[in-house]
Design a protein around this ligand. Structure first.
Ligand code: HEM
Length: 335
């Protein structure tokens, strides 16, 4: 498994950004062993190009257009050779945006074909286990496809299946445009949420794959109490509110929070009932220790109550936290 998935990795590039939306502000790095994927990004991460109004409508203090005419003429003569290529550059950006969008739609179509409701929970968990290794202090781990090298770790038991599911879609997309595992898994998790009735999550594309496993022991353990969970998520850049919102993913799957294939806010409603305190039948089995711990913490409890009362708020906060999760630690291909 490991060698076959690794051999289909294709997402490395000759340059990367360390942040998606502000990419040009970050330094370039050129890893020696990397290749460049050709999948276009859906979102442009360059700052918008603006042409100073002083070039088109500059008046003197007296309001006359004449006072600066000569200087403006000189300025235009000097900048014209640069403006023309700039115009072509802007057109090129537009073309890239269009092709990026069609790549995105193609990927989404292929992923939607393979992520059924019954498989959604495991695909969403896969996304968390790839991205959740991120640590802010040394900028290690994160959404980089390294999970393909980490499947033998005990915490990743059961994740070969969802990877296999996405591999089919990856093969079909790769036949047209190479795509990284990191993008496939990030999009897979978003599609998993929406096929089960959750929010539509627009996931930016253009991540590069790591060629090695992430450091071990970075995912939260299910035995952590609320303070341990908050600290663990804080090291990854997430607040207590984001911890609570993301934990709502456990509404999918077999931990007893409502319908296992419906993404809704029953996780929070059931947490408030504390069914595990009941001695009746299966109720005592509901939830992981880490889920139960959240209700015992005042700060988390406030968010649990809000999401139990307001599903739209949960959807909105989950969407934002998920995008942040799948952008954590990601390295981005250049435009
Ligand atoms: C807060 C810390 C978390 C801990 C300690 C934790 C731990 C676990 C554990 C132990 C399981 C059960 C695996 C099994 O059935 O064998 C599980 C399931 C799951 N986790 Fe988490 N998880 C956490 C956060 C998250 C987050 C943030 C997400 C996604 C955004 C997520 C998504 C899932 C999903 C969808 C399942 C169900 C998988 C299935 O039924 O196939 N988890 N989690």
């Amino acid at each position: 498994m490991r060698s076959s998935t690794a051999s289909s990795l294709c997402g490395c590039s000759t340059a990367y950004y360390s942040s998606p939306l502000l990419a040009p502000k970050f330094k370039f790095k050129f890893p020696a062993k990397s290749q460049r994927p050709s999948l276009s990004t859906v979102e442009f991460r360059a700052n918008p190009l603006t042409i100073s109004s002083s070039l088109v409508n500059h008046r003197g203090k007296d309001g006359s257009c004449n006072s600066n005419r000569r200087r403006r003429g000189l300025l235009l003569t000097a900048t014209l050779p640069f403006l023309l290529p700039l115009h072509e550059f802007v057109q090129d950006l537009g073309a890239k945006a269009e092709s990026g969008m069609s790549d995105y739609l193609l990927m989404k179509e292929e992923v939607t074909k393979v992520v059924s409701k019954g498989k959604a929970a495991s695909v969403l968990r896969l996304a968390f286990h790839d991205a959740g290794t991120f640590e802010m202090d040394d900028n290690s781990g994160g959404m980089n496809g390294s999970i393909v090298y980490e499947l033998e770790r005990p915490e990743n038991a059961g994740l070969k299946k969802p990877l296999k599911i996405l591999e089919k879609a990856k093969g079909d997309v790769n036949a047209i445009r190479p795509v990284s595992w990191a993008d496939m898994i990030a999009l897979g998790g978003a599609v998993a949420v929406s096929v089960c009735g959750g929010p539509n999550i627009p996931v930016p594309m253009g991540r590069l794959d790591s060629m090695e496993p992430d450091p071990e022991g970075k995912l939260p353990q299910e035995t952590l109490d609320a303070s341990g969970l908050k600290q663990c998520f804080q090291r990854k850049g997430f607040s207590a509110q984001e911890l609570v919102a993301l934990s709502g993913a456990h509404t999918l799957g077999t931990k007893g929070f409502g319908n296992p294939i419906v993404f809704d806010n029953s996780y929070y409603k059931i947490l408030l009932e504390k069914p595990w305190q009941s001695s009746a039948g299966m109720s005592s089995m509901i939830g992981l220790p880490s889920d139960r711990a959240l209700v015992e913490d005042d700060e988390c409890l406030r968010w649990i109550k809000m999401y139990a009362d307001n599903q739209n708020m949960f959807f909105e906060d989950f969407k934002n936290a998920y995008v942040k999760l799948v952008n954590s630690g990601a390295r981005w291909r250049s435009l």
